[in-house]
Design a binder for this molecule. Structure first.
Ligand code: ZN
Length: 246
């Protein structure tokens, strides 16, 4: 698991899980109870106490959703980004090759947190700028972002026509794969879009296809999902807890 801490809001923590934490998605071939247990273990291990991560039903859209309460099992929100205007609600985004992006901002009221699922379609449709704009509307001034493990531009091969269409919409997104074919560099495009908005970006640099400690849909269509996570320390000493587990 990759762990980061916000510079703007030091009480806010960021993580990207790996295969060590196991599959966290219900919509892939896996046992539902096992997934529930893994999600709970993750929350406990990170010191969330009784708080739960809010996950979403991701559809490759540019739809940003506000989270203003704990997750309801019967009403999983449908969209591709979540924003907690007061950072009170732990947020999760799931991927296996698409780009998981975690954002933290500060407002005069305190931190604002967000997660976004940036696949090819969502990225081109503006999910990241839409998420940033929603954070700004919630009062966020400075914003930081973390780009988690995703398929890299040397690995993400797409048909030449698709690469050309994407490049026309988003100059610079095109890449050449290690096979010499047309590709797209989604993590790079995500980072440049955010930097152009004035966001301080940290890139994990991890490629899900090359590094089998992460789930990759391109490597195995029946694979699980890793999660990008953001949460605010609840007053318990999560550093001591994390240290004790290390
Ligand atoms: Zn790669």
């Amino acid at each position: 698991m990759l762990r980061y801490q916000s510079v703007l809001a030091p009480g806010v923590h960021i993580a990207f899980t790996s295969t060590a934490e196991g599959n966290l998605a219900f919509h892939v071939p896996d046992d539902r109870d096992a997934v529930l247990l893994r999600r709970r273990d993750l929350e406990r291990g990170l010191g969330l106490g009784e708080q739960r991560f809010s996950y979403m039903d991701q559809i490759h859209s540019a739809t940003v959703l506000d989270v203003d309460g704990p997750p309801q099992e019967s009403a999983i929100p449908t969209g591709d980004a979540l924003v907690s205007a007061d950072a009170a609600h732990p947020l999760a985004v799931m991927v296996a090759d698409c780009v998981p992006v975690v954002l933290v901002g500060t407002s005069t009221q305190g931190p604002v947190t967000a997660v976004a699922h940036a696949g090819r379609r969502g990225l081109l449709d503006g999910i990241l700028t839409a998420t940033f704009n929603r954070m700004r509307a919630a009062g966020a001034d400075g914003v930081e972002a973390w780009i988690g493990p995703a398929i890299c531009g040397s690995c993400y091969e797409v048909p030449a026509a698709m690469a050309a269409e994407a490049e026309a919409l988003r100059p610079g997104i095109g890449s050449t794969t290690s096979q010499g074919t047309a590709g797209l560099d989604l993590p790079r495009a995500a980072a440049s879009e955010l930097r152009a908005l004035g966001v301080a970006v940290t890139e994990s640099g991890a490629c899900t296809l090359e590094d089998d400690t992460y789930y990759s849909y391109r490597r195995d269509p029946r694979t699980g999902r890793l999660a990008g996570l953001v949460w605010q320390a609840t007053g318990r000493d999560v550093h001591a807890e994390a240290g004790a587990r290390a």
